[in-house]
Design a protein around this ligand. Structure first.
Ligand SMILES: [Zn+2]
Length: 263
């Protein structure tokens, strides 16, 4: 008899766990290990030791490709000129905490967004400064502000609506730069190789929690600087019952599903 522990499962999770997870009749899961599987929506399949490999369908034996989730709340990227205008000449942002992507940080500073129908206060600024200011909100935020920006990849702001930014030392009226961020996956070249995808691919990912959804058009962004992370906004996270640190499964790309979780 073997005892299967949570620690063993955690180690195996990096490479992917099959669902259902096969456990031989004579083996035991610790209570923590059973919870670990349950929390991830992975079923336990009891099997006799003589036939254990035979009764598992082939597609369940293949490795699951899992990607961690990062949920982005509304935030602002500012150009150096706009930092000066909003916080005072020569002002430098103060890092509050590091983000999952190298060199990126959430700043201590926040500002207020003013739209035609309302305001949103305490909106986090992310650093370091960028060439062009950009504001990323959720569709729900858009209703509060009274403005309805399109879904765009970061940096693609041409023709998007503007918004007014209010800081402690002044205000800036942006003529454009308000977007709903298009969901995307950051990854290193090594991650891209392991997942068998390339820059610009449109991934199909499946959520594994209480409400199973597919994100069918998730753009791959590859850089040496990037860590593997599936970035979605708060509306997307809430719709799919996802939190930062959860995992989603890569099940296909560029319009074709190659594997999926059932049940
Ligand atoms: Zn991102």
């Amino acid at each position: 008899m073997a005892l299967i522990t949570e620690t063993q499962l955690r180690t195996q999770l990096v490479k992917g766990l099959p669902n259902p997870f096969p456990v031989k009749e004579e083996d035991k899961l610790t209570p923590a290990a059973a919870d670990f599987l349950k929390d991830r929506g992975i079923a336990v399949m009891r099997c006799t030791s003589s036939a254990d490999t035979l009764i598992l369908p082939v597609n369940h034996m293949t490795e699951r490709k899992l990607i961690p989730v990062g949920v982005s709340n509304r935030h602002v990227h500012l150009s150096p000129e706009h930092i000066n205008a909003l916080f005072g000449s020569g002002y430098t942002l103060t890092p509050l905490r590091e983000l999952s992507q190298k060199g990126q940080f959430a700043a201590r500073e926040t500002l207020t967004l003013l739209g035609p129908k309302g305001i949103l206060q305490h909106v986090r600024i992310l650093g370091p400064p960028r060439g062009v200011s950009q504001v990323e909100i959720s569709r729900t935020d858009g209703y509060a502000l009274g403005v309805h920006p399109p879904v765009r990849l970061s940096g693609d702001v041409q023709g998007t609506p503007g918004i007014t930014l209010i800081g402690v030392s002044g205000a800036v009226v942006l003529q454009e730069g308000l977007i709903l961020a298009k969901n995307h996956v950051h990854m290193s070249p090594a991650d891209a190789q392991a997942l068998e995808v390339t820059q610009g691919d449109r991934l199909i990912v499946q959520t594994l929690g209480e409400r199973r959804l597919l994100f069918a058009d998730t753009i791959v962004r590859v850089s040496e600087q990037f860590s593997l992370d599936f970035h979605i906004d708060v509306d997307e996270a809430n719709a799919a019952f996802l939190n930062t640190g959860d995992q989603v499964q890569l099940i296909g790309r560029n319009g074709t599903i190659t594997s999926a979780e059932r049940g």
